[in-house]
Write a protein that binds this ligand. Structure first.
Ligand code: FES
Length: 56
């Protein structure tokens, strides 16, 4: 599912980035470009980041 429509980033890509070492929104933003435009995806991206970080 798309989390960030502006940049067409999926939840799968966010999880993969966490597995590859991203541990903060800043890193996700730099790595994938999440929440760099309208910002509406920020809350959901953060939730996925936090959930997945605990399970990695
Ligand atoms: Fe992610 Fe707009 S939906 S920046």
């Amino acid at each position: 599912m798309y989390v960030c429509l502006c940049n067409q980033i999926t939840d799968h890509e966010i999880r993969r980035a966490v597995e590859d070492g991203c541990s903060s929104m800043r890193q996700l933003r730099n790595e994938l470009g999440v929440a760099t435009q309208c910002g509406r995806c920020g809350t959901m991206a953060r939730e996925i980041l936090n959930e997945h970080r605990q399970s990695v």
